[in-house]
Design a protein around this ligand. Structure first.
Ligand code: WT7
Length: 656
């Protein structure tokens, strides 16, 4: 790829096409307000974020049951948006759309086996209402939790919307998570109902999801009912009185169901995400601020218009899917593609074939996917006409310039700007992101979305943004989609996000700001791994390892990986009586997959006699990581057992 190499050497700034800029939603918005450019917009929005976000609420057409009395109430570290309003996100995502866009397609769904379903807003409305009525019949009430463990089928958004419609709180668990991981989350949330499916296809083979769900809820006492969607017609065991087929339970239900009028700041969903210590934490998002934040960012970053065909390839079980497959596109009345299957199945051009088939105009994916396709070769892309595309997006980890250029050149044909969106489960929506008008620098997520106050701090909390040196990425004032807390864990909420810098949100990432005010994300500052754009807590993998009878201690760190971003490397100390062996390694890898899910299975395992620790007994992962990356070791004054670090290095070398 000679021209790609040439591109890589350039430090060019990429300007979006004029026509795209001129017709963009953001340009129209600025023209209406007499604002000359995006820098002025950012300035004006930061001078008065409450004004800006109420404008955004109007722009996305929010319909309140009762108007808010106040835009923001900031009682650190808790923020309340649109205080006093009566609202339900499902009204804007669905009820309103059934009125305005009854026969417009909301979702184009394709299964791995080639089956296709197109669902209009009118149909979606009926389906959601029928399921909502069924949930009520099962005794689900406002504030109850509904766990959802489903593949990427239309019934997944339907289940989320049905729960939210009646004021219940949904908690989705990614279908790739193991029964143990599901059990933990269901127990923590004390879910009353679990919605799942019989099974689904992945790379042509069958995943038996209901069996996994059964295993999980054996020890989940709160679950009273299980609803099972028949996706592929598997013969699954159904427990009398507890389990119901989806089709049976919605049959005969009325096609109307009243939408519960919630307080603006009532919980909409809980989504578990990993941290450095302990169990995954249950991030809670509320109805109103979240609704405005996700839909405004989608409208103005991905420039969604009435005739767009939009495809976000994330799984709905993660925050990206919640915000940008379910809630934001529906609030904007968009048409979205949902694909349930492997990206390269049956051939590496499956995605490109689908873009051509459905005329996708806006495409949003992750760097790890781009790197996978890069390796498979552009000949798979070139078989298809991708001229419908006008905007591309990236999320999950910093996109390396090489992948950026490949994406830009082979997918976007040098016509489509790439929106590199930085955000988190906790932020709910994009925080640092280009607008369609923004000149792009490959590898930078560019600048904060208007109205969001982002900075980089040094250890003492001084701003480093004018200095081009790395520090702590922080958000200085609340933004609409801000998490409203961690489920049943207010202490951890304060400790994780608000303790280091008083009343300032700590993101956990390192970043620097360059001379043009562009943000460059440098990765996590804690021990959280980022594998294929998914956050995996080192502590979860470690505790999974330690739960194996052969293991007494474990340290888990990341190794930079060409495709996945990071690979999982585990150092394991065995208990007395156990000997290192290849079988044991394989056994440990399988054990972690069972405990957490395949995504957490360690790529490499090393047996060591001891782990480097501080005098107080804390494992010094930083030093282990430095041995892997061959970086400078740095300060070792607190290291109690230097010989352990030498043995870590030997273990790494020994394995080649
Ligand atoms: C972490 C959040 C937000 C949806 C996907 C992941 C990393 C995310 C970017 C980006 C550099 C990124 C950060 C962040 N991250 N997007 N565009 N550039 N890093 O959500 O599991 O909550 O993980 O992902 O490290 O803190 P998540």
């Amino acid at each position: 790829m000679p021209d790609l190499e040439a591109l890589l050497k350039e430090e060019r700034v990429f300007h979006p096409p004029k026509e795209l800029v001129e017709n963009s939603n953001i340009k129209r918005f600025m023209d209406r307000l007499g604002i000359k450019d995006e820098d002025e917009l950012r300035k004006r929005a930061l001078e008065d974020p409450e004004w800006f976000w109420s404008e955004m609420a109007k722009e996305v057409g929010i319909e309140w049951f009762e108007e808010p009395k106040k835009v923001l109430e900031w009682d650190p570290p808790y923020a309340k948006w649109f205080v006093g309003a009566k609202y339900n996100i499902v009204h804007d995502a669905l009820d309103k759309q059934a009125r305005l866009r009854k026969n417009k397609v909301a979702y184009i769904w394709e299964g791995e086996d080639g089956s296709v379903r197109k669902i209009t807003y009118g149909e979606l409305y009926w389906e959601v209402n029928r399921l909502a009525n069924a949930l009520k019949e099962l005794g689900v009430k406002k504030g109850d939790r509904v766990a959802i463990y489903m593949p990427m089928i239309p019934e997944l958004p339907i289940a989320m919307l049905a729960s939210a419609k009646i004021g219940a709180i949904h908690t989705d668990v990614f279908s790739g998570f193991s029964p143990m991981a599901l059990q933990d989350r269901v127990n923590d949330a004390e879910a009353k109902v679990l919605i799942t499916a019989d099974g689904f296809y992945r790379r042509g083979s069958i995943i038996h999801l209901k069996e996994d769900a059964d295993e999980a809820i054996e020890a989940a006492k709160s679950v009273e009912s299980v609803i099972v969607v028949r996706r592929i017609g598997l013969d699954v065991p159904m427990q009398d009185g507890r389990d119901h087929w989806y089709d049976d339970i919605v049959r005969g239900q009325p096609r109307e169901c009243k939408t519960e009028q919630m307080d603006a700041n009532d919980a909409l969903f809980i989504l578990y995400t990993s941290g450095t210590t302990g169990r995954p934490k249950g991030v809670i998002h509320a109805h109103a601020g979240y609704a405005v934040g996700v839909s405004a960012t989608l409208k103005f970053v991905f420039d969604i218009k009435e005739d767009d065909v939009y495809w976000c390839t994330a799984d709905i079980g993660w925050i990206t899917g919640h915000s940008y497959i379910v809630y934001a596109p529906l609030i904007l009345g968009a048409t979205s593609v949902i694909y349930c299957g492997a990206p390269d199945y049956p051939k590496p051009d499956r995605w490109w074939e689908m873009i051509e088939k459905y005329g996708v105009t806006v495409f949003y994916t992750a760097p790890t996917a781009i790197r996978t396709f890069m390796r498979l070769g552009e000949e798979w892309v070139e078989r298809h006409d991708l001229s419908s595309l006008r905007l591309l997006g990236s999320v999950g980890e910093p996109i390396n310039p090489e992948a950026w250029f490949w994406y830009y050149k082979y997918i976007g044909k040098e016509r489509c700007p790439i929106m590199d969106t930085w955000w988190q489960t906790e932020t709910g929506h994009f925080i640092i992101t280009p607008l369609p008008t923004t000149p792009l620098k490959p590898g930078s997520a560019t600048k904060p979305f208007p109205g969001i106050d982002v900075d980089v701090f040094d250890e003492e909390g001084n701003s480093l943004s004018k200095k081009n040196i790395g520090g702590y990425l922080v958000i200085k004032r609340p933004w609409p989609g801000i998490l409203i807390g961690l489920w049943k864990n207010p202490d951890r909420y304060i400790k994780t996000y608000w303790e280091k810098f008083r009343d300032v949100y700590l993101a956990g990432d390192a970043a620097r700001v360059d001379e043009d005010g562009y943000f460059w994300i440098q990765g996590r500052l804690d021990d959280v791994l980022n594998v294929s754009g998914h956050r995996i807590g080192n502590s979860e993998v470690e505790s999974a390892l330690v739960s194996h009878p052969a293991v007494s201690e474990a340290a888990v760190v990341g190794r930079p990986h060409e495709v996945k971003g990071e690979a999982i490397v585990a150092f394991v100390v065995l208990r007395k009586g156990y000997r290192p062996s290849e079988e044991l390694k394989e056994g440990l890898r399988e054990h972690v997959a069972r405990e957490i899910g395949k995504i957490a299975r360690p790529d490499e395992i090393y047996f060591v006699p001891d782990l480097p620790k501080t005098r107080s007994g804390k494992i010094m992962r930083r030093l282990v990581r430095a041995k892997i990356t061959k970086d400078r070791i740095g300060d070792t004054s607190t290291l109690m057992n230097p010989e352990a670090l030498v043995l870590v290095e030997k273990a790494l070398e020994g394995e080649g």
